[in-house]
Design a protein. Structure first.
Length: 325
């Protein structure tokens, strides 16, 4: 054998495997071990049936039930993500296969797995009146959990909308009434004169305060669902609230937006109740958690309401903002 082909001690040495060596430190099981902030490109099905590529930030975990084991095999989690999730359509079936692979790749070390994907869901939405359409972005969180034979899939979406304060609207109407009385007194008034006056800044002397608001809705999906119902969930939320923020806007759209705000005056309690009713009517949803955030224009703080479906063993009435985790 030539010198160039000879097996030296360095080239033939076995790479050390610390994970396989006996664990000498404190022993015990762990709830979750894994990785977060993994960047994986995935495909998401939009409302027209197109597969849109987006970047998901992923968390991947398994539990560690062997108290004597040094740890899990994180590379196996990553390889499962790369083989099953990367550049594939994000579906309930793919998510189930991935968390199943998490567990199977760890043998007796684990019997539960968790996978979370956060991404921006972009969709073109129609304007209120004009024939324009514009892009809107909805932050989405999809989480799959497998414990034994129990597979749970939840979807959370964040939907912006406008909320106009009913109290502020009543106070503004009172000022307009008083302005009318001061201008015209108690006698008969010509309708065209009033019409012209109402079109002036003196006629509408006060406007109610409104603010951009945010609905955060988390749902646990029914079993055997084939696709992630992102568009239908967004539609249900926006239809319940009636005042979604707009993208492409012309004057007729802005006027309709003003009309919708006046027709849908909402405290945060009103918005939460609307969403609770809407989600209760969705047969694809087993459970839900709702948080509405009115980012007050009057106050320096926000107004918040939280609602859950209230099923046994379901979501708790935790007010925590899950999207900001």
């Amino acid at each position: 054998m030539s010198a160039t082909n000879a097996c030296t001690d360095l080239s033939c040495s076995v790479l050390p495997d610390i994970a396989s060596q006996p664990h000498a430190g404190p022993k015990g099981s762990l709830n979750w071990v894994g990785m977060s902030a993994i960047e994986i490109p995935v495909l998401v099905l939009n409302s027209t049936g197109e597969k849109i590529q987006t970047l998901a930030r992923v968390q991947a975990y398994v539990n560690l039930i062997d108290p004597n084991s040094k740890g899990i095999h994180m590379s196996r989690l990553y390889l499962a993500l790369d083989n099953l999730l990367s550049m594939h359509e994000l579906t309930p079936e793919i998510l189930r296969k991935t968390v199943t692979q998490f567990i199977e790749s760890h043998g007796s070390l684990s019997n539960s797995a968790y996978l979370e994907c956060r991404f921006n869901y972009f969709e073109k939405r129609s304007s209120l009146v004009s024939d324009n359409r514009g892009w809107k972005n909805y932050p989405v969180r999809v989480a799959a959990t497998l414990r034994g034979q129990q597979f749970d899939l939840e979807v959370q979406v964040e939907v912006p909308y406008s909320s106009t304060c009913p109290c502020s609207a009543a106070l503004a109407r009172q000022l307009i009434q008083e302005g009318f009385r001061d201008q015209f007194g108690e006698g008969l008034v010509n309708a065209s004169t009033v019409y012209a006056w109402l079109g002036t800044t003196q006629g509408i002397s006060a406007t109610p305060h409104s603010q951009r608001s945010m609905a955060q809705v988390k749902v646990k999906l029914a079993e055997k669902i084939r696709n992630l119902p992102l568009t239908s969930l967004i539609d249900r939320i926006e239809n319940a609230l009636q005042t979604p923020v707009q993208a492409a806007v012309k004057r007729e759209d802005e006027q309709e937006f003003a009309r919708l705000n006046a027709a849908n005056l909402m405290f945060c309690e009103d918005a939460a109740r609307r969403l609770k009713l809407a989600m209760s009517e969705d047969i694809s949803v087993r459970d839900f958690w709702i948080r509405v955030n009115h980012l007050e224009s009057l106050h320096a703080h926000d107004a918040v309401s939280v609602a859950v479906k209230g099923v046994d063993g379901g979501y708790q009435d935790d007010p925590h903002d899950y999207m900001s985790c």
